[in-house]
Design a protein around this ligand. Structure first.
Ligand code: NAD
Ligand code: DAU
Length: 350
């Protein structure tokens, strides 16, 4: 893999993945980051690499649904592998406005696959990044495995399930070399503060209410984002083509316990001016419609086959995440004010 097309590389996981590949992994080739810069994409995340690694990092602002732009990227840069992150990713937004999820997640993936198929002579891999949400919801017992049936419950999950099926079908029907990974909830640096963990960190620091849906008893299986990035890279290098791999941190937490842990860590790391704990800010609010009760993933296939294990515990990962948000007030300000959307224009004008 010399010229990897990363889609959605300006989002949370894509940013961490590209930074990992260029700064911390054994990858020696070039990254072509194709991202349309929706509200969730921040090109400024690469302000440093755009100069220091300009021979190995190329950015294209384009939509994965734009066949001409994607085709041009394949031709111009001799793409020989794809790592496909681009998607609308937030469940709550998919409940309010599902259209964009159908367009980017399903039609966008279809468009990419069609172009990849036309370049099959050179393509060694099409890796598709997906989610555990395709499996639906668990009761109090059991784990999702790669054999679990697909039972998506939200428009987001359904759109990701559809895209998984397309990728699998292109592998079977056209012999495209594909792999799929289905991952549990990620957290870490650069996550847009609409998702539970960064939202709670920033609200708690500002003394704002911490909105917990329902009774806070829903369970998520948390994975530090760098552990996810290492897993994706291992699958890309050594994973069996045509297979899917589950990825998780084996770290089940109720949402309420997660929020309490964030409050306690913040009280320790940034003591407030009064004796009150930030736990006092917790506010139970109306539940998400169709809210999946519990996700828990069996990732033993990935562990046994490729020798991957998560390195971060929830406590060490959360401390690093909190520290990152404390150390990057300018990033937070820029995201909160919308200023980050202007960086790309400034950068290319200068
Ligand atoms: P994100 O919302 O932070 O970033 C998505 C990126 O994709 C943004 O940069 C956005 O601009 C870009 N994008 C969206 N639509 C596009 C389009 N039509 N054309 C080009 N670019 C487009 O998402 P994330 O949390 O980084 O998730 C990345 C991938 O990982 C998604 O496919 C998501 O389904 C999957 N995933 C996420 C998690 C998680 O916990 N965040 C867990 C499992 C799987
Ligand atoms: O499981 C993987 C999925 O994890 C990914 O595929 C999605 O892209 C990603 O967004 C995430 O989905 P969730 O819906 O689980 O993540 P979110 O951060 O939105 O919510 C986590 C849990 O916290 C969920 O049970 C809903 C709850 N929640 C969320 C928010 C934003 C709250 O209680 N309050 C909130 O304000």
């Amino acid at each position: 893999m010399e010229n990897i097309l990363v889609t959605g590389g300006c989002g949370f996981i894509g940013t961490n993945f590209i930074r990992y590949l260029l700064l911390d992994s054994d990858f020696t080739g070039r990254i072509i980051n194709l991202d349309s810069l929706t509200y969730a994409g921040n090109a400024e995340n690469f302000a440093d690499l755009a100069t220091s690694k300009s021979d190995r990092y190329i950015f294209i602002q384009a939509d994965i649904c734009d066949a001409k732009a994607v085709e041009r990227a394949f031709e111009t840069y001799g793409i020989d592998a794809v790592c496909h992150f681009a998607a609308e990713s937030h469940v709550d937004r998919s409940i309010v406005a599902p259209g964009a999820f159908i367009q980017s997640n399903i039609n966008g993936t279809f468009n990419l696959l069609e172009i990849a198929r036309r370049h099959a002579d050179r393509l060694v891999l099409f890796h598709h990044v997906s989610t555990d949400e395709v499996y639906g919801s668990l009761g109090p017992e059991g784990l999702f495995t790669e054999q679990s049936p697909y039972r998506p419950n939200s428009p987001y999950a359904a759109s990701k399930a559809a895209s998984d099926h397309l990728v699998r079908a292109y592998g079977k029907t056209y012999g495209l070399p594909v792999t799929i990974s289905n991952c549990s909830n990620n957290y870490g640096p650069y996550q847009f503060p609409e998702k539970l963990i960064p939202l709670m960190i920033l609200n708690a620091l500002d003394g704002k209410p911490l909105p917990v849906y329902g009774d806070g008893g829903n369970v998520r299986d948390w994975l530090f984002v760098t552990d996810h990035c290492r897993a994706v890279w291992e699958i890309m290098k050594r994973g069996t083509r045509g297979w899917m791999y589950n990825i998780s941190g084996r770290c089940e937490m109720t949402n309420l316990d997660t929020v309490k842990m964030i409050c306690d860590l913040l009280d320790e790391m940034v003591p407030g001016s009064d004796a009150n704990s930030r736990r006092d800010l917790i506010a139970f609010v109306r539940d998400r419609p169709g809210h999946d009760l519990r996700y828990a993933i069996d990732c033993s296939k990935l562990e046994n086959e490729l020798g991957w294990t998560p390195r971060e515990s929830f406590e060490t990962g959360l401390k690093k995440t909190i520290q990152w948000y404390l150390d990057h007030p300018q990033w937070v300000r820029s995201v909160e004010t919308g200023e980050y959307r202007k960086w790309i224009e400034r950068h290319y004008k200068e």
